[in-house]
Design a protein around this ligand. Structure first.
Ligand code: V47
Ligand code: ZN
Length: 349
């Protein structure tokens, strides 16, 4: 990726650009519209429904506060119908941004431990996936993640749900690890990742979001990560950057998330430039967009500004996400052609 002259306003180009989203959380994608609908179903919840109050509620003092608020939204998902509604409406929001393909991170443990039947949970997400593909043309795939702070019980449950042939949903492609990193060492999750990988799933843990580069090394060596969620602190370790570049391990970069959770102080201090300069495959993602007051299109605009990219550079970023995705080769070729055709038409005199 080279520094190029930035277009004056890339928003219109980005809005129509076909895209792949690789790092976005299921519950973290609940828009104010979806939150209101769920809160109306469950009026005892403490989550505000008024959009202005919700914007205040979604202002975080630190990462721990973010997780506390996140879990209060998790508490709104109580029935399989809630799960179906959330999934289907998230797909609608993605389709509006011209997202053709998304790997959605789902934490099934949070739902099953709150009493949602596991079979009904899987049926709800699969039903929404099929309806979304048919109605919006957006292809959804799942990443099941372990909420690390909930302990090894949650790891066992997530691995079971992801590998049991009778339960494992058709759309499941990968296995992840999320939640706080401080005090939650990655190596303890190795046996669960080994099981998931043996069952054919890709390894995509969060690492280096709120802790140093050693966590990213642990994710690579112990959890055999094929992509890294965030990986922000990798910039502190030139050997790690060289390793990521050489082995083509993509980073799932979510710039606004890093500011909202206070993982990075300021956008202009975001290490995305160091990643690009080191030759690391950078993908742009939105993480928990309504909670962070952003969407994928805004994240591309932020990245274009930070990296000084013109339309071709932005299209190259969209291409990176396709290359780093777990789409099959035919699907990758189709989406890449679509990105290229859109860009050529846009730039034609
Ligand atoms: N930026 C992020 N970085 C990291 N993770 C993020 C990010 N955004 C969203 N998440 C999600 O937050 C969940 C956290 C859930 C969690 O900690 C927890 C702890 C104890 C009990 C329970 C429960 O459900 O009973 C849950 C993760 O699984 C992950 O999917
Ligand atoms: Zn995340």
């Amino acid at each position: 990726m080279t520094d190029q002259r930035a277009p004056r306003d890339p928003h219109a180009f980005i809005a129509g650009l076909p895209k792949a989203e690789l790092h976005v959380h299921h519950v973290g994608s609940a828009s104010p519209r979806i939150v209101s609908e769920l809160a109306a179903r469950h009026p005892d919840s403490k989550v505000p429904t008024d959009p202005e109050a919700l914007a205040d509620y979604f202002t975080f003092t630190d990462f721990a506060h973010f997780i506390e608020v996140y879990l209060s939204v998790v508490d709104l998902i109580r029935t399989p119908e809630d799960v179906r509604l959330l999934t289907y409406e998230v797909a609608r929001d993605l389709a509006r941004q011209q997202v053709r393909y998304a790997e959605l991170t789902i934490t099934p443990f949070s739902s099953t431990r709150r009493g949602i039947d596991e079979r009904a949970f899987m049926d709800a997400i699969e039903d929404a996936r099929k309806a979304a593909e048919a109605e919006f043309g957006t292809v959804l795939r799942w990443c099941f993640d372990i909420p690390g702070e909930a302990g090894l019980e949650s790891a066992e449950e997530t691995a079971r749900l992801a590998t049991d042939d009778r339960l494992r949903p058709e759309g499941l492609v990968s296995f992840g690890l999320g939640g706080p990193e401080i005090g939650v060492p990655r190596p303890q999750f190795k046996p669960y990742f080994d099981r998931a990988i043996a069952a054919g799933l890709h390894s995509v843990p969060h690492a280096g979001e709120t802790t140093g580069p050693e966590t990213v090394w642990d994710a690579l060596t112990e959890l055999r990560a094929e992509r890294i969620g965030h990986g922000t602190s990798s910039a502190q370790d030139p050997k790690l950057l060289a390793h990521l570049a050489e082995h083509r391990i993509p980073l799932e970069v979510c710039p606004t998330s890093n500011i909202a959770t206070r993982a990075v102080r300021d956008l202009d201090e975001h290490p995305i430039k160091e990643f690009a300069r080191a030759g690391v495959l950078v993908t742009i993602n939105s993480d928990d967009p309504p909670m962070f007051g952003t969407d994928l299109n805004d994240e591309y605009a932020v990245a274009a500004r930070l990296l000084g990219l013109d339309e071709r550079g932005i299209a190259e970023l969209a291409g990176n996400a396709v290359r780093a995705s777990f789409l099959d080769e035919a699907g990758k070729a189709r989406l890449t052609r679509e990105i290229d055709a859109y860009t050529e038409t846009w730039l034609a005199p």
